[in-house]
Design a protein around this ligand. Structure first.
Ligand code: C2O
Ligand code: CU
Ligand code: CU
Length: 564
């Protein structure tokens, strides 16, 4: 069998791209592994007969987003080479990539061409694919190169997505526009009468900041912004600034929400107080729809929300808003306090109240889609089949010495610890723990500032070092939420432990988590831990797990696990 095209460069990459000049104050390491780039011609698997064959090109583009100057963006452009034409749906007027629609059991070939000025690789978030098609950071290709993905769709019906995964550059590349939806359907879903076509609607939620010349601004707060994660000062829906969905009164819709933001967390509620009806999360439909007063949606999470406009007159407007939760101190909002960070104040603090999108019924129609009381048959993992139900593997996500760490370690391209090695065919419980900041759990006191001089560099603090003496404040800031994502698997969430979560915060978010179904990402509020159960099947190899706050991920809050 022909080995598909693959480049192994095994080196740490952190290059600044042309139009996304990220200020790297952070000391980073580049290994001088010289057995680098084997440039080969991309080859197609000879025995692989794709049902869908497409080209996906990452390009730089000028796009009209705001009035006035065009915005430089990076975007995925798709072209169907073979397959039913519904398989690739291009969204107009946006940097977002095409919506790729596939069915379970189909064989898909994707020819990724990198026309960016820097290295990249595509990852299929949530998909169960062999190692070489997962988009591991070591598989980055250079500008001008092509990487061939060939895999069979093995996932359940659900909302998946794709985005770049080069180490150290995922945040800026996604921010510049590289992301798209990958929708999987299966027989079970096809037997339901769920909305299709124009009534099956992508709603990608992101935040961005534009400068006076309409150009995207990333991490203007420098190092502090990387520690907390990027927060933009406005919301874009499907890459558009209007924050509006033009829909038809009399119709029912499936809203495919994706939180495609780098680090922003949403607490979504309909402004008129009607419940948010959720019927799918990440990698599956739920067993039954769930009505919530609000929905928590951390970075990378997807949710299927039912919207019924049948009894609404034309002209109806309905706003989905973000409602408040007390996390502001830990995010951009804190920079406004004490005037230490001139100009760094977020106008849209994490956890504040703001509109996210407005549904406008500006036409009428009808359809007869229904939301059944029973959706997917529950096929969840029986916890008693886990080899370690009572002694789960523990992974603590925390601030180390000015680094984001997992069990005290940071990213190494191919390194795997013993505790990160699992057996093919096994069922395991992992306990994912948000361990907070080291101000709280390190005895040597103030060690966080040792040796790195973060505050001294770049003039960020304007010579004002008082903040460093205010341990409470620093300690608080490092109590960040971490949305934890595991590649290769979909898991079930067994339980959340919230005893160490600030009661006020917990109270404000507790009704918004949907833990039923199959997930690939779990949002951990500060102090929270969650037990998740998963099976390692079909594929051996090296995969990653990480915090999906993309700035945390880029800073090294990512590790390999190996299936042997
Ligand atoms: Cu969506 Cu490894 O990420
Ligand atoms: Cu992923
Ligand atoms: Cu994080």
């Amino acid at each position: 069998m022909k080995e598909p095209f693959r480049i192994n460069r095994r080196k740490f990459l952190a290059k600044a791209g042309a139009s996304a000049a990220v200020t790297m104050i952070w000391p980073f390491f580049s290994s001088c592994d010289s057995q680098s780039s084997t440039t080969a011609k991309p080859e197609l698997g000879k025995d692989f007969q794709p049902d869908i064959d497409l080209e996906l090109k990452a390009v730089q583009r000028d796009l009209s987003i705001l009035s006035g100057s065009k915005t430089k963006v990076w975007a995925y452009e798709g072209k169907l080479i073979k397959g039913n034409k519904e398989a690739l749906q291009t969204l107009e007027g946006t940097y977002l990539g095409p919506v790729i629609k596939v069915s379970k059991g189909q064989k898909v070939r994707i020819r990724f061409q990198n026309d960016l000025p820097e290295e990249s690789i595509v990852h299929w978030h949530g998909m169960h694919v062999p190692e070489r098609y997962d988009g591991h950071p070591q598989d980055v290709i250079d500008s001008g190169e092509t990487y061939i993905y060939e895999y069979e769709v093995m996932n359940r019906a659900g909302t998946y997505w794709f985005h770049p995964h080069p180490h150290g550059r995922t945040g800026p590349q996604v921010y510049n526009g590289l992301a798209g939806l990958l929708l999987v359907t299966d027989e079970e879903e096809q037997q339901l009468n769920l909305p299709q076509g124009e009534f099956d609607l992508p709603v990608v939620i992101q935040d961005r900041t534009f400068d006076d010349n309409n150009q995207l601004v990333y991490l203007e707060n420098g190092q502090m912004g990387r520690m907390t994660g990027f927060l933009g000062n406005r919301i874009l829906i499907n890459g558009r600034p209007e924050q509006r969905l033009n829909l038809k009164a009399g119709c029912k819709y499936r809203l495919r929400l994706l939180n495609g933001s780098n680090s922003r967390i949403y607490k979504l509620a309909w402004e008129d107080g009607s419940p948010v009806t959720v019927f799918g999360m990440d990698g599956s439909l739920l067993n039954a729809p769930k009505e919530l007063s609000y929905l928590m949606l951390g970075p990378a999470k997807r949710a299927d929300v039912w919207l019924d406009l049948t009894n609404k007159p034309e002209g109806t407007e309905l706003t989905m808003k973000n409602t408040s939760f007390p996390l502001e101190l830990m995010s951009g909002g804190m920079m406004g306090n004490g005037g230490m960070m001139e100009g760094a104040k977020s106008v849209l603090p994490q956890g504040s109240e703001y509109p996210v999108f407005t549904v406008l019924a500006n036409a009428s129609g009808s359809n007869d889609y229904t939301l059944p009381r029973q959706l997917a048959q529950p096929d969840y993992i029986d916890p008693s089949t886990a080899r370690n139900l009572n002694a789960p593997r523990q992974f603590t996500f925390a601030m180390g010495h000015m680094e984001w760490t997992i069990n005290g370690r940071t990213w190494e391209t191919t390194e795997v610890a013993d505790e990160e090695t699992v057996k093919l065919g096994s069922t395991e419980v992992w306990e994912l723990i948000n361990g907070g900041g080291m101000m709280d759990n390190d005895d040597d006191g103030g060690g966080m500032m040792d040796g790195h001089g973060m505050m001294g560099d770049g003039g960020m603090m304007g010579g004002e070092n008082d903040m460093m003496n205010n341990q409470g404040m620093m300690g608080n800031m490092m109590q960040m939420p971490h949305p934890i994502h595991i590649h290769q698997v979909q898991f079930n969430i067994l339980e959340r432990n919230v005893t160490d979560v600030d009661p006020q915060l917990w109270d404000a978010v507790k009704d918004g988590f949907v833990d039923e179904g199959w997930h690939d990402t779990v949002l951990l509020m500060p102090g929270m831990s969650a037990k998740v159960i998963m099976q390692f099947k079909d594929f051996k190899g090296l995969f990653v797990y990480h915090c999906h706050n993309l700035e945390h991920e880029d800073m090294g809050m990512m590790r390999n696990f190996k299936i042997v």
